[in-house]
Design a protein around this ligand. Structure first.
Ligand code: G3P
Length: 214
């Protein structure tokens, strides 16, 4: 499973990159707005830190306007992935992007047929939002399982990018179900390596080592 960071914060991205575990970045308009910086400049800075896929989202809702944004975004860096909303106009734009060789991430996916449709249009990534389904009393992981089955049935190469992951267990479950990518906030990324028994065990090892007479 690839690990992506779901953030537009440069400090978090640098810290994650230093650990050597960040395969890519996802951003969305809310995450970018939080940083209060010029969008394209910020995305360019992210692409200088991370060489893997960096998703940058369009904010238009009509196909031609989306395509204009998509073509502009791809000028920022070679590793830009154009993020499009999974609405009819976004799916149309996805198809055109595929024909033009622009890689895409179709976002805000909440049901399996949306995932099937975007794969048929050649999306590079599909982003089911698990946490937001959990929030309304559905099991977000069922969606990952359904998409995995459908993509495997028809040999689609669209990668399943499990998004809206809120805690480490979400990452474990998505990995067990075969999601290709998990994108997570930095705080979840940090928690992935944590276990109290690791800390207690290390403390004891070092204490015992300190008692040893040389
Ligand atoms: O990757 C999608 C993510 O940014 C949404 O997460 O926690 O706002 O549902 P959340």
């Amino acid at each position: 499973m690839k690990f992506f960071l779901d953030t537009a914060n440069l400090d978090e991205i640098r810290a994650g990159a230093a650990m050597g575990l960040v395969d890519g970045i996802t951003t969305n308009p809310s995450l970018v707005a939080k940083e209060g910086k010029d969008f394209k400049t910020l995305v360019g800075q992210i692409c200088e830190i991370i060489t893997g896929p960096v998703s940058a989202e369009v904010v238009s809702t009509e196909c031609n306007a989306m395509m204009k944004e998509a073509r502009e975004l791809t000028k920022i860096a070679d590793n830009i992935i154009v993020k499009l909303p999974t609405i009819a106009e976004g799916v149309k734009a996805c198809k055109i992007c595929t024909e033009e060789g622009i890689r895409t991430n179709l976002t805000l996916i909440f049901q399996p047929l949306q995932a099937l449709a975007v794969a048929k249009c050649g999306a590079s990534f599909c982003s089911p939002f698990l946490g937001r389904l959990d929030d309304i009393g559905h099991d977000g992981m069922d969606l990952i399982a359904d998409i995995r089955t459908i993509y495997d049935n028809y040999h689609f190469s669209t990668e399943i990018l499990a998004a809206s992951l809120r805690h480490p267990l979400h990452v474990v479950q998505a990995a067990k179900l075969g999601a290709d990518v998990g994108t997570m906030p930095f705080k979840v990324f940090e928690m992935m390596l944590k276990h109290p028994l690791t800390d207690i065990g290390l403390e004891k090892f070092l204490a015992d080592w300190g008692k040893m007479k040389s």
